[in-house]
Design a protein around this ligand. Sequence first.
Ligand code: NDP
Ligand code: MG
Length: 384
Amino acid sequence: MFGATGSVGQSALDLVARDADAYDVVALTGGRNVVQLAKDARALNADLAVTCHPECYHELKSLLAGTNVEVAAGPAAIADAAAHQVDWALSAIVGAAGLVPGLTALSHGTTLALANKESLVTAGRLLLGKAKAYGATVLPVDSEHSAIFQALVGEDMAAVERVIITASGGAFRDWPVEKLATATPAEASSHPNWNMGQRITIDSASMFNKAMEVIETKEFFDVSSDMIEVLVHRESLIHAMVGFNDGALMAHVGPPDMRHAIGYALHWPERKALPVERLDLANIGSLTFQAPDAARYPALAIATRVMEQGGLAGAVFNAAKERALDGFIAGDIGFLDMSQVVDATLDKMSSQTGMQNADITLDSVLETDRLARVYAGEAFSNLG
Ligand code: NDP
Ligand code: MG
C-alpha cells in the first residue's frame, strides 16, 4: 500500500483492519509520519515498512524494533517495495512521486487501485499501456472515476454520449471573486464536504483538482474531451453521471466517504458490504446543480488546453501545478497566481520543446516534470 499514512491510505487501512485475517499485508509505505506507519505495520503484521525519507530511517527502525517488519527508506526503496509480487496494490502517494511505484507494480500483473491521479495526468498512456502489456488491471479510486466506472458496468462505450463529473466548488465557492487574490493557504485548506489531504483540498478550492480529474477521465476512459462536463454540485452526493445515447443519465450517489471507492476497488469485481453512511434522501431533501463560473475557476480552461495539446502537456501541467501549489503553501505566491504560473509554464514549454509530439516514455515524462518545475519557479518572479 503506497501512501499508507495519508488520507486515502488510512481509509484503506481502516477497511483492511476491520477484516485483518482476510489480508496478508506485504508492504506499507509513507513519508514523515513514521509513528503512524510503524503503528499500522505492527498492527497488520506487514512484511515491510518503507519511508520515502532516508533521514527517517532510524526512527522507523527503532519504532519497529522487536518485530519482524523489515524497514527501508528512500524513493528507490519505495520502488523496490512495488516490485513485490502482490494481488492488489493501492497507489495513494500524493503527487508525481506516485508514478514510478505504480508503473513498477504493474510489471507483475497486479491489480492497481489508483488514487494517485497525478500518474494518469502526467503519463496516462504510459501507465495504461504498461497495464495492458503486462495483463495488469488498473481500477479507479478517485470518487468521480469510481462512480463513472460503476455506471459503466455492463454498458457499451459506443453508447456513451457524455460524462459529467461533479465538483463541490471548494472552500471559496461563496467568496466574491475579487477577494480570491487574498486567500491564504489556511483558508484554502478546509473543504466543505470531504476530509482529505491538504494538497488536494487546496486543489479543490482552486478547481485544479477538477481540472486534473477532467484529464484523468479522458485518459482512463478514453473519451474525447468535448464529452466531459463539470457540474458544480454543492452537496457532493452525486459523484459523477454517465449520459447515454438514449438520453438516460446513470448517476452514482453516495456519501462523501473515500472508503466507498476504495472498498469497491478492493472487492472488485464483487460488491461487498462497506461501513459507510446510508443516505437518507428524504432528510437531505434536495440536490443542487450549477454550471462552473469560468472567472472563478480558471483551472478548468487550462485542462481543456492541456487535452487539446496532448503529448507531454499533462506532465507539464501537473508539475507546474505542483510547483505553484508549493509556492502558494510557502506564501511565495497568491492563490490566483497559481493558474497564471501553470499557464505561463505551458506557454514556455510548448514553444520550446515540441511537447505535443514527443514520445511518452518514463524518461521523457521525468525530464519534462523536472523542467516544468524549474520554469514554474521562474514564473513566480514574472507575475503581474
Ligand atoms: P495525503 O497528503 O493525505 O497523503 C499522501 C501520502 O503520500 C502519505 O502517506 C505521505 O506520507 C506520502 N508521501 C508524500 N510525499 C511522498 C513522496 N515524495 N514519496 C512517497 N510518499 C510520499 O494525500 P491524500 O491521501 O489526500 O491523497 C493521495 C492521492 O490520492 C493523491 O494523488 C490525491 O490526489 C488522491 N486522492 C485523494 C482523495 C482524498 O480523499 N484524500 C480523493 C481522491 C484522490 P506522510 O504523510 O507520512 O509524509
Ligand atoms: Mg475526486
